[in-house]
Design a protein. Sequence first.
Lengths: 140, 141
Amino acid sequence: MRTTERAATAPHGRTTGAGRLLITVYAIFAVSATARAGYQIATQFADAPVAYLLSAFAAVVYIVATIALAKPGHRWALVATAAICVELLGVLVVGALSVFDPAAFPHATVWSMFGRGYGFVPLLLPIIGLIWLYRHRDAK
Amino acid sequence: MTVDGWFIAGAIVGVASTIVCFVAAVMKKKPNDITILALAAVELFILVYAVASAIRLAGPGSLVGEAWEFWGYMFTAAMLPVAGFYWAMMERTHWSNYVMGAVGVTVAVMVARMAQIWYGTAAQMPAAAHALLPLQLGLGL
C-alpha cells in the first residue's frame, strides 16, 4: 500500500524518475552502437572482423540493457544487472587491451580507450547503472 | 570537417535546447511550453537542414561521404526529438526535462558528424572543432 501511495505522488521506482533518464542514455547508445556496428560490418567487415563483431556484441548488450532497464519486475532487474556487468567488463577489458596492446585493436569500437570516442560515457554509464540498480534492488 | 553555417546553427540550437531543458530540470519544473518549444526548435532545425540539403544536392552541391550514411544520420536526428518527447511525456516529472535535454546535445554531435560526411574528414578544420571530434557519436572515423 505504501509503495502505491508513493508512486501516486512522486515516482521512486526503478523504471521511473531518474531511471527514465538512464534508459534514455542507454537507448541513445543502443541506437548509435547498432548503427556503428551495422555500418562497419556492411562496409569494412573484412578489414577487422574481430573488432567489428565486438562492436556488434556491444550493440546487443546496450539493446538488452535498455529493454531490461525499462521493464518493471524482478527478473528484468536481474537481466539488466547481468547486461550491465557484461558492459562494464567489456569496457574495462577492451579499454585496457586497446591501451596496452593497441596493435590488437587498430579499429575503433565503442569501448576502445575506455570509450574516449564517446566522451568516456561508456565507462561511466555501467557504473551509474549498477549504482541505480543497487539502490532500487528488491527487498526480497 | 569544415565548419559551415549549418553546423554552427545546429550546434547552437542543439546546445541551447539542452541548456534550457537542463535549467528547467534543475529548477524541478515539469516540462512546460518553454522546454517543449526548445525541443521543437531542434526538430525544426533538422527538417530545415534536411530540405536544404536535398535542394543543395539536387543542384550543384556535392557530398564527399556516402549519401545513405548522411541521410541515415538525418533520419535518426529527426526521430530523436519525437522519441524524446514521447518518452518524456509518458511520465511528466522534472526528469522529463533531462530526457528532452539529452536530445539537443546528441543532435548537435550528429550534425557535426553530418558535416564531416558532407565535406570529408580530410578537409581543414579549425582547432576548436578538433576538440569536438572525440565526442562524435555513431559511425566513427
